[in-house]
Design a protein around this ligand. Structure first.
Ligand SMILES: Cc1ncc(COP(=O)(O)O)c(C=O)c1O
Length: 391
C-alpha cells in the first residue's frame, strides 16, 4: 500500500496524529467530496428531485455494502448508526416471556442495555457464556448453554468497543446454524479493518457503522439481514411506509427485501458518502488492510508494555487493531491532556462502556489507541514518547 499517497488523500492527516479510528476515523477525499457535492446539489435543486436523479448512485451503496460482506444487495438496509441497525434487527425477534437471549460479557454497552430492557419488558432470560482462561467467550460454554436453554437469539459482538479481542464468531455461527438459532453479530468494530463474510460467519443479522474503520460519515450505518430472516417475514417493530405498503385500511404488504428495516426518510448525502467509503476500502482490499492494522497494533502494544506502570488490557486468542492499556496511579484526564497537547487523538473507555470486562480487569478506565492503515510507526512513536513522560 502506498501510505504517503493514502495520507495525501486524507486531509485530516495534515492536522492531527489520529489514533482514534475505533472512535471515528478520518474520511478520505472521495467520501468528503461525495457528501459535499450531494449536499450542494440538494440545496440548489431540491431534496426529492436529487434523490430521484441519483437513484442509480444510491443503489450503488447496497451493491458496495453487499460486496463488503459477501451478501446480496437485497440483504442490506441503510441505517443511521450501528445501534440503529442493531435495534431494528433486535426488535424484529418476536420475544415472549421466558425466551432466552444468549450473549457474552464483552458485547457492546448499548446492546447490553437493550437486552436488559427486553428482560424488564418481556421477561426474557438473559444469559452470558463463560470466558476462556486467555480471554474471549468460550464456544464450548456457548454450545452447552445453547443445548440446555435453547435460546431464541444468540448475540455476539465480533470485536468489542473496549479491547482488541476478536471473538470466534464463525464457530459460534456454526453452532447456531446446527441448532436453527437466530444469530446476530455486531460488526461495528470489525467492518473496515478485516475481511467479513456473512456466509462464513453464518449470521442472520449483522450491524455495521460507517464512521470507524470504514472511514465513512457519522450518522450512517447498515444492517445485513439473511434470506432466512427475510423469508420468515421478520420485520422491525415499526416498519414505516418504506417497509410496508399500506394496501387496505387494516393491512400492509411487507417489503420483500431488507429495505423493510429502513425508514423512508434518510440523509442521501450520507448514503453516497457511505458508498464512497466502502468502495474505497474495497479498492484497497480488506485482506491488505488487516495485516497493516495488526502490525501497527502489535507494535503499539510492544511499545506500551515497555513503559513503567502500564498494563496492556487486551486479552484473547486473536487480537486486532484496538489497543487498550491502563496506567497505574494516573488519571484519564492526565493522559488526555498530554495527548491533546501533542495533537494526538486517542480514546478513553470507562467502566460504563465495559462493566464486566473492566471490573474483572480491576480497572475503571483504559486508554484506547486504534491505529488504521494510514497511520505510521512514527505517529505511534510520537504517542509513546508523550505517554512515557506520564508513565
Ligand atoms: C462494538 C460496538 N458496537 C456498537 C457500537 C455502536 O455504534 P454506533 O455508535 O454507530 O451506534 C460501537 C460504538 O463504539 C461499538 O464499539
Amino acid at each position: 500500500m502506498d501510505i504517503p499517497s493514502l495520507r495525501n488523500d486524507t486531509p485530516g492527516c495534515a492536522f492531527h496524529n489520529h489514533l482514534n479510528n475505533a472512535g471515528a476515523s478520518l474520511p478520505p477525499l472521495p467520501v468528503i467530496e461525495a457528501i459535499k457535492g450531494y449536499l450542494e446539489e440538494e440545496s440548489l435543486h431540491g431534496g426529492y428531485e436529487m434523490a430521484a436523479a441519483h437513484a442509480q448512485d444510491t443503489a450503488g451503496f447496497y451493491n458496495a455494502a453487499a460486496k463488503l460482506l459477501n451478501a446480496k444487495p437485497h440483504n442490506i438496509a441503510f441505517a443511521g448508526s450501528a445501534t440503529d441497525a442493531y435495534f431494528r434487527a433486535l426488535s424484529s425477534i418476536p420475544f415472549e416471556a421466558g425466551d432466552v437471549l444468549l450473549t457474552t460479557d464483552d458485547d457492546y454497552v448499548s446492546n447490553q442495555v437493550a437486552f436488559i430492557n427486553l428482560q424488564k419488558r418481556f421477561k426474557i432470560k438473559l444469559l452470558r457464556a463463560e470466558k476462556l482462561p486467555e480471554g474471549g467467550v468460550d464456544p464450548q460454554s456457548m454450545k452447552e448453554l445453547m443445548d440446555e436453554f435453547c435460546p431464541k437469539l444468540v448475540a455476539v459482538a465480533h470485536v468489542p468497543t473496549n479491547s482488541g479481542l476478536m471473538q470466534d464468531v464463525e464457530t459460534i455461527g456454526t453452532l447456531c446454524t446446527e441448532r436453527d438459532i437466530w444469530y446476530m453479530v455486531d460488526a461495528c468494530q470489525s467492518a473496515g479493518q478485516m475481511p467479513l463474510d456473512v456466509a462464513k460467519i453464518g449470521c442472520d443479522f449483522l450491524s455495521v457503522t460507517m464512521r470507524k474503520w470504514l472511514r465513512g460519515p457519522r450518522g450512517a450505518g447498515f444492517l445485513f439481514v439473511s434470506d432466512l430472516a427475510l423469508g420468515a417475514e421478520y420485520e422491525t417493530i415499526f416498519p414505516d411506509s418504506k417497509g410496508g405498503a399500506w394496501n387496505s385500511p387494516d393491512s400492509y404488504l411487507l417489503e420483500p427485501t431488507a429495505i423493510r428495516y429502513e425508514q423512508w426518510e434518510k440523509n442521501f448525502a450520507l448514503v453516497l458518502g457511505s458508498k464512497a467509503a466502502i468502495e474505497y476500502a474495497l479498492a484497497l482490499g480488506l485482506e491488505n488492510i488487516e495485516p497493516i492494522v495488526n502490525e501497527l497494533a502489535v507494535y503499539t502494544r510492544e511499545q506500551l508494555s515497555n513503559l513503567d506502570g502500564v498494563r496492556i488490557l487486551d486479552r484473547g486468542r486473536r487480537l486486532c487493531g484496538i489497543v487498550t492499556a491502563h496506567f497505574d496511579g494516573k488519571t484519564p484526564e492526565q493522559i488526555t491532556k498530554a495527548l491533546k497537547g501533542a495533537n494526538i487523538n486517542a480514546g478513553i473507555g470507562t467502566t460504563i462502556n465495559a462493566h464486566i470486562d473492566f471490573t474483572e480487569k480491576g480497572v475503571d478506565w483504559a486508554l484506547r489507541i486504534s491505529p488504521h492503515y494510514f497511520n505510521t510507526k512514527e505517529e505511534i512513536d510520537a504517542a509513546i514518547s508523550v505517554l512515557r513522560q506520564i508513565a
